[in-house]
Design a protein around this ligand. Structure first.
Ligand code: FAD
Length: 512
């Protein structure tokens, strides 16, 4: 970096390429602000790829009287589904009544409130199931005779992040991955940031306002980068999930109550698998080094085995993932009781340039959090444009909310050489952008090199060019979940191919 050179200047610099950073960058760029976003690793490499992946009101938060959060989240379900019907879709939840735990009337009352608190137009209401007759009862132990079935939505969390980043970039934001914020200092009423890229190169950027959306690193960024201290406001809570070969044949999800008053979900996942989670454990240490412990795996297996006829054994687990919730510390006793609501803190005392810190939040509320952040931003930078994201489709999401089957039919006509499961996977990931992913491909041979499962060169090239993918891990675990299907050798071959990418010499620098 040449200290004497003039740094590029922006209205706003966002630290963090998770759902909140990308959502804020998108909203701000759409209102006409100049935005620079830096993410130290890959997009969604932090908490935003490690969620249970539900767009939900959070039934259990009703027990904590979190009515504001639950109502906002419930209202958000259909808004988000409408904006991205390829990566978000409705899911029915089966809640068995457990005779030793919450009573049936209590569950029914909670679900009545859930159904009527707000925003449910297309999602079907709660109904009661006789598990002795309904297919949902088949994999469960015979003592579970009654259940309640209600609606929420499913989301591909890491793809939602990338779609927000793409839309932000399409509206003029600069989105940079593998670019870490080392320091942020005040300089003549502006923020002056030093950023380091993957090759060790330094870059100098100035901005009128700084948004700290570093998720579980929010306190670290505050301390190390800006020299301030509000770390006490963050409570890090680890959550882990386990993935097993498919445990049941229907497309509904189970919500199981545990004796410790927690709940866990067992969710149909990636067609051939079942996802079970999560845990809630206070966490200290590097959020990037988090992983599922043997105790957590045993806990999840035993909690699910309380309900399923066939016991769930740790040996059957094919994959685990863990994340750290960056919760706002409201002083709650246990980790599960800590609020899931978000808190925004603006610092601009004494003429210092404004800094907005983001604490807490859920994937479900990222769009509302982004709007709230913009209200704060506009207090200091002035108003540029109205709220706009509630009625705007994310990339590839401009088709009718209930039109996914028709999209697959249309894509099959356009690309008849693709196997049906390949068409469906591409439609889920890219929606109406699928033809861009397959631009110039008119036969199976045109897909290029085959890397395993339904992954071909054409898609990988698209991910590198349009979605900031740089490594096999980016492609296999965040842009897709094909990591569940590729062998170790296939993964290594993909990594090698991406490293030697002919059209992308910058890849090597980014990975060195
Ligand atoms: P992150 O996604 O962690 O993003 C922060 C980013 O900042 C990271 O990518 C990091 O690399 C980057 N960064 C940090 N420091 C720097 C730096 N110095 N320079 C540049 N970049 C930096 N929510 C739901 O709505 N539904 C659910 O079902 C759900 N389930 C969950 C289950 C678990 C186990 C967990 C942990 C969370 C769950 N959540 C759920 C909550 C949700 O996942 C989080 O609230 C959300 O992902 C947080 O996003 P974020 O952008 O704040 O943080």
């Amino acid at each position: 970096m040449n200290e004497g050179s003039r740094a590029a200047q922006y209205d706003m610099l966002v630290i963090g390429g998770g759902i909140n950073g990308c959502g804020i960058a998108r909203d701000a760029a759409g209102r006409g602000f100049s935005v620079f976003l830096c993410e130290m690793n890959d997009l969604a490499s932090g908490t935003s790829s490690a969620a249970t992946k539900l767009v939900h009101g959070g039934l259990r938060y009703l027990e904590h009287y979190a009515f504001r959060l639950v109502r906002e989240s419930l209202l958000e379900r259909e808004t988000l589904w409408r904006s991205a019907p390829h990566v978000i879709w409705p899911l029915r939840f089966v809640l068995p009544h457990h005779s030793g735990l919450r009573s049936a009337w209590f569950l029914r009352l909670g679900l009545f409130v859930y159904d009527h608190l707000g925003g449910r137009k297309l999602l079907p209401p709660t109904r009661t199931l006789d598990l002795r007759r309904d297919a949902a009862g088949k994999p469960l132990k015979p003592e579970f005779k009654t259940a309640f079935e209600y609606s929420d939505c499913w989301v591909d969390d890491s793809r939602l992040v990338v779609l927000n980043a793409r839309d932000a970039a399409a509206r003029g934001a600069e989105v940079h991955t593998r670019l870490r914020c080392l320091s942020a200092r005040q300089d003549n009423g502006h923020w002056r940031l030093v950023l380091r890229d993957a090759a060790g190169g330094l870059r100098d950027v100035t901005a009128r306002l700084l948004v700290n959306a570093a998720g579980p690193w929010v306190g670290e960024v505050l301390r190390q980068a800006t020299g301030q201290n509000e770390a006490a406001a963050v409570r890090l809570v680890k959550g882990s999930h386990i993935v097993l070969p498919r445990l049941f044949d229907h497309d509904r999800c189970y919500i199981f109550q545990n004796a410790d008053s927690r709940i866990i979900f067992a969710i149909p996942y990636e067609r051939d698998f079942t996802l079970i989670g999560t845990t809630d454990i206070d966490y200290e240490g590097d959020p990037g080094a988090v992983s599922a412990s043997a105790e957590e795996i045993a806990y999840l297996c035993s909690a699910a085995s309380e309900y399923f006829v066939t016991p769930i054994r740790p040996e059957a687990v094919v994959w685990t993932y863990s994340g750290v919730r960056p919760l706002y510390d409201d002083g709650a006793g246990s980790a599960q009781e800590a609020t899931r609501d978000y808190v925004l803190r603006l610092h601009n005392e004494g003429g210092q340039p404004p800094l907005v810190n983001i604490f807490g939040g859920k994937i479900t509320t990222y769009r509302r959090l982004s709007e709230a952040a913009m209200t704060t931003v506009e207090q200091v930078l002035g108003k540029r444009g109205p709220s706009w994201t509630a009625s705007s489709a994310l990339p590839g999401g401009d088709f009718p909310q209930t039109g996914f089957a028709q999209l697959c039919i249309d894509l099959h006509k356009q690309f008849p050489f693709l196997a049906p499961d390949h068409t469906q996977r591409l439609a889920r990931a890219y929606g109406t952008d699928t033809p861009s992913v397959l631009a110039g491909v008119s036969s199976a041979a045109g897909l290029g090199r085959h890397f395993g499962a339904t992954l071909y060169e054409a898609e990988v090239r698209y991910l590198i060019k349009a979605e900031w993918a740089r490594t096999a891990e980016d492609v296999l675990w965040r842009r897709s979940k094909l990591g569940l299907r590729l062998t170790r050798e296939e993964t290594a071959a993909l990594d090698q191919w991406m490293m030697q990418g002919d059209e992308l010499p910058s890849l090597k620098a980014a990975r060195s």
